[in-house]
Ligand binder design. Structure first.
Ligand SMILES: Nc1nc2c(c(=O)[nH]1)N[C@H]1C(S)=C(S)[C@@H](COP(=O)(O)OP(=O)(O)OC[C@H]3O[C@@H](n4cnc5c(=O)[nH]c(N)nc54)[C@H](O)[C@@H]3O)O[C@H]1N2
Ligand SMILES: Nc1nc2c(c(=O)[nH]1)N[C@H]1C(S)=C(S)[C@@H](COP(=O)(O)OP(=O)(O)OC[C@H]3O[C@@H](n4cnc5c(=O)[nH]c(N)nc54)[C@H](O)[C@@H]3O)O[C@H]1N2
Ligand code: SF4
Ligand SMILES: [Mo]
Length: 893
């Protein structure tokens, strides 16, 4: 893949663009992007048009972060105009190859979106609120950075640096610089990520069984049976680009079942759909485990067997612990059976879940017969619920029973890769910062009611959404200066109304974004961000096909991405900068102007170019702002070279994967692969070890026990009190045992009589997390989601329920919960379980752009699910809750 060396690609960065403030940007459709790509290239292979265009273009690698698959991409850049024409999977990728998903094509619309923020803006209306037009005025980067530096200096001078806060959403692995180093050097513990509104509860499943706080990869091309629980891998979840294609192969050699109250895209292609009552997955999982054991379908090589080889698992019967010889791989099978499973028959589960007995038996039987090549695939649906940690355990533990953990055709983690951590700023932290850092965090993690047991550590994880309450209640303290980036917390958090109030309250807020989001609406300074896929340095990774690939993001629109000047001149559509690197570098220079130079010292000394050894100041001297801007870009490039150095520097030995002979080769490929995951290597019987407290796969979780006990000790109380305060039913003795995977009843918000339905939120196949709302194609092709139609924001209702309510197709309806109400349009559809209503996430923007909103700044397009989803938590993981627990009423308007 050679780099474009065309001479004339420098002179055009696009058509004449309205450079006024974003509030004034007019409505312009996709055509205004001025590019020749039509939607018939969506996800297409290299068709005639592409081939034609290729004559004048070159493919340049970068990475798509349209979802957490983080696919390696190759982008066709037209040499005449310097414009990106098309983006598709990087053919070098061993994870997904040339494949991508339809969302990748939307990235081009995002890049050239005429509603993007094009230059820094300053608020002139001092009042903040949804109805207050910010009246932004354009300012220069220098003015904007100065203003931020002044506000940080105010906090430094009064020694109140803990009143500084950073929020981040999506990221690249250059994230420590702005997210961790900046607050550490300024002196604030308040860096709040979006992780707990994303999928942390899901990680609790593998954590408290295998000791891995991580997502899995699934060996689908080798599997014989797959159960997907509230995950929709051909449309959402992770590594969609790979699974979309591999799903066909899976169906050739095996079977798939989907557990979901909604007929998802994956369910439409599967052998079985189990339309479960929301919030009851734990019951189904326990019943499947019950059938696996009573029918003798566990994988003996992994789990062990009875002394005499005779199966003693019988419904309702306890087992003597020493009747069973556990293998050295596992811990606590008999305890789990005795404490949870023995009475969890398919009949019992049918009453709880509504899934037919025969279907439960059949799916369990087929899953067990496929052992050890059988996958229990956990998504956010069953786990992002008030009692989701236990459901996550109940679902994931099935992989242990059938011996598919780390095994062929099972669930795998990622092999270790050769990237390295960035240098840390410890030596540059001064006394003022130290005292600021000693304060409690604004999300209150670690308090009795928020264990957030990331890696089984009390307060180890974030409680994203609770930071709004922390800000509003000034508990533990007031927040005076906020920098937010790559997130839209005013929209993306459940019961998001609280974030509107919190943002209203913060005296100074700067945000770094591509779009004029709801969050930006409350900002004092808006900084235009580079688009991650086309305009900046960064690194992400993909896991699949037993590999981890390390994927580079680079400013592909520039001819020489290594040259800061070229990147600044030609690599960007507008006057944009990179959140994670350039903005903090410029802030550091401005802080040094004001007498606080620790940050600049750190950036300059610790981030030399690893090839030349030069610091950014040696490379680009001078003190005018233009020199600073170039240094900021050089800093960005150095940071990514440092992060990836072991991959491309032949002087650094590793035996972790591919060998690459230099930076330029790596840059031109844009991707590096680990060696393949070795099956079974973590099994103690094969000389390995799990990362749990016992080193074994835990059916009885000593790891959770340890985490809970240390949290209880910290608060001078006992585990049962912790569980009670945190709204779990589990106790250290009794029916629902705290240390084994088990079923807990859904914790419901709202009274059943008043709110007879359950709400099913889901991700649209064209939602790029929250970021494609202003793409016309997202709306135009809305029928990609089963049950939906183009341009509409439908609420799915089962015809039986609609009939009882007198609601017909297309009727205007109102959906209310204890938290709020939203309007919708009814779509009668059999593919949603009776008693539930479904609605995709992502509509209801009143800002973000002229496509996303009905009238920008005035009225929403469609309606917003987070208005009716209450701010509840799975407190063991800190996660926000979207599923299973949300009761609503539906009426005709
Ligand atoms: N298309 C698309 N893909 C994406 C993203 C995107 O925005 N769009 N975002 C990415 C991100 S950031 C993440 S974190 C992942 C998350 O990916 P997933 O974990 O796969 O998705 P969620 O949206 O969390 O899960 C919602 C699913 O659970 C179902 N569901 C709801 N309630 C229940 C229940 O009680 N039980 C069961 N069994 N199912 C239930 C819903 O119908 C829906 O299918 O997706 C990534 N992939
Ligand atoms: N009801 C409901 N709520 C959800 C979800 C759901 O399924 N249902 N999904 C949840 C999940 S899984 C997640 S991960 C969160 C995501 O929520 P957040 O982390 O808040 O992120 P988004 O809403 O995706 O981010 C949007 C912001 O990023 C900016 N942006 C877009 N591209 C770029 C870029 O390249 N660089 C920079 N600097 N900014 C950019 C845009 O201006 C926009 O304001 O939402 C969660 N909220
Ligand atoms: S699966 Fe996600 S990361 Fe991959 S191409 Fe699609 S949107 Fe981009
Ligand atoms: Mo997410």
């Amino acid at each position: 893949m050679s780099k474009n060396v065309s001479d004339d690609s420098n002179d055009s960065t696009g058509p004449a663009i309205d450079r006024r403030g974003f509030m004034k940007a007019g409505a312009v459709g996709a055509a205004a992007a001025g590019i020749g790509v039509q939607l018939n290239t969506l996800s297409a292979a290299e068709d005639a048009r592409t081939q034609l265009v290729e004559h004048s273009g070159s493919w340049r690698p970068s990475t798509c972060a349209g979802c957490t698959s983080w696919c390696s991409a190759q982008i066709l850049v037209d040499e005449q105009s310097g414009r990106a024409l098309k983006s598709q999977g990087n053919r070098r990728s061993k994870v997904h190859g040339n494949n991508d998903c339809p969302r990748q094509d939307l990235s081009i619309q995002q890049l050239y979106d005429p509603d993007r923020i094009k230059q820094p803006l300053r608020r002139t209306n001092p009042e903040k609120g949804p109805d207050e037009d910010p009246e932004f005025e354009p300012i220069s980067w220098e003015e904007a950075i100065d203003e931020i530096a002044d506000r940080i200096m105010d906090l430094r001078e009064t020694e109140e640096t803990h009143k500084f806060m950073i929020t981040r959403g999506r990221y690249t692995y250059l994230r420590p610089i702005l997210y961790s180093h900046v607050p550490q050097l300024v002196g604030s513990p308040n860096n709040i990520s979006h992780s707990a509104i994303c999928a942390e509860a899901e990680k609790a499943g593998p954590m408290f069984t295998e000791g891995e706080w991580a997502y899995r990869q699934y060996d689908v091309t080798e599997t014989e049976y797959l159960i997907a629980w509230g995950a929709d891998p051909v449309s959402a979840n992770r590594q969609v680009s790979h699974y979309m294609r591999a799903f066909g192969e899976l169906l050739d050699q095996g079977e798939a079942a989907v557990v979901d109250p909604r007929l998802s895209s994956t369910a439409t292609k599967s052998d079985e759909w189990l339309p479960i009552e929301p919030g009851t997955d734990g019951a189904l999982a326990s019943a499947i485990a019950h059938v696996l054991l009573t029918n003798g379908l566990w994988y003996r090589e992994f789990v062990g067997d009875f002394h005499d080889g005779v199966n003693q698992f019988e419904s309702g019967e306890e087992i003597e612990p020493d009747a069973f010889d556990e293998s050295e791989n596992v811990h606590g099978l008999v305890e789990w059976w005795n404490l949870e499973l023995k009475d969890k028959t398919p009949e019992w589960a049918h009453d709880v879940t509504g899934v037919p007995v025969e279907q439960i038996e059949r799916v369990a039987q087929r899953f067990g017969e496929a052992r050890p090549h059988a996958i229990s695939w956990l998504g956010g649906g069953p786990s992002m619920q008030v009692r989701g940690t236990y459901t996550a355990m109940a679902v994931h533990v099935l992989n242990g029973l059938v011996g598919s953990v780390g095994n062929r055709g099972g669930t795998l983690f990622a092999p270790e890769s050769a990237v390295q951590g960035l240098p840390g700023p410890d030596e540059y932290v001064d006394e003022i910062a130290e005292q600021g850092l000693a304060h409690e965090k604004i999300d209150q993690r670690g308090r009795l009611e928020f264990p957030a047991l990331n890696n089984a550590e009390s307060g180890g994880g974030v409680v994203t959404n609770n930071a709004a309450d922390g800000i509003l209640d000034e508990d533990p303290n007031e927040i005076e200066v906020l920098i937010s980036y790559w997130n839209n917390f005013a929209f993306s958090n459940p019961e998001n109304q609280r974030w509107l109030e919190a943002l209203e309250k913060i005296p100074f807020h700067a945000t770094i974004e591509t779009h004029p989001s709801e969050t930006a609406w409350f900002a004092d300074i808006v900084l235009p961000a580079t688009h991650h896929q086309f305009e900046r340095w960064g690194q992400l990774q993909s896991d699949g096909q037993r590999y981890r690939s390390i994927n580079l993001m680079q400013p592909v629109l520039a001819d020489d991405p290594d040259d800061p000047e070229d990147v600044l001149e030609n690599g960007r559509t507008w006057d944009v900068k990179t959140d994670e690197t350039e903005v903090p570098y410029l802030i550091a220079e401005a802080l040094a102007d004001r007498g606080f130079d620790n940050m600049l010292e750190f950036f300059e000394r610790e981030f030399p170019d690893p090839e030349t050894g030069r610091t950014v100041r040696e490379e680009i001297p001078g003190d005018d702002f233009t020199a600073r801007e170039k240094r900021a870009q050089a800093f960005s490039r150095n940071a990514i070279k440092i992060r990836t150095q072991p991959i491309w520097d032949p002087g650094i030995d590793h035996d972790l994967g591919e060998e690459i002979d230099g930076w330029e080769t790596f840059r031109n490929r844009g991707i590096w692969h680990t060696d393949k995951w070795e099956y079974r290597h973590r099994w103690p019987s094969e000389g390995g070890e799990f990362s749990t407290d016992t080193g074994r796969f835990e059916f009885y979780s000593e790891t959770l026990k340890g985490g809970l006990e240390s949290h209880a000790d910290r608060h001078d109380t006992d585990v049962d009190t912790v569980l009670d305060v945190c709204k779990y039913q589990a106790r250290t003795d009794g029916d629902r045992h705290a240390f084994v995977p088990h079923y807990e009843e859904p914790y419901e918000v709202g009274d059943e009589d008043e709110y007879p339905f359950k709400f099913v939120d889901y991700k649209s196949g064209l939602n790029r997390e929250g970021r494609s709302a202003n793409c016309t194609w997202k709306h135009e092709f809305g029928d990609i989601d089963p049950g939906s139609e183009p341009e509409e924001d439908y609420t799915l209702i089962n015809p039986r329920d609609a009939d009882a309510l007198g609601i017909r197709d297309g009727d205007e309806i109102r959906i209310s919960s204890p938290t709020g109400e939203i309007d919708g349009t009814a779509k009668l559809w059999e593919g949603i379980r009776p008693g539930t209503v479904g609605k995709p996430y992502g509509n209801g923007h009143w800002a973000y752009g002229t496509v996303a909103a009905a009238e920008f700044g005035e009225s929403p397009r469609g309606s917003h699910n987070n208005n009716i989803i209450p701010a509840e938590y799975d407190r063991l993981s800190g996660s926000s809750v979207y599923y299973g627990d949300i009761r609503v009423d539906v009426e005709k308007r």
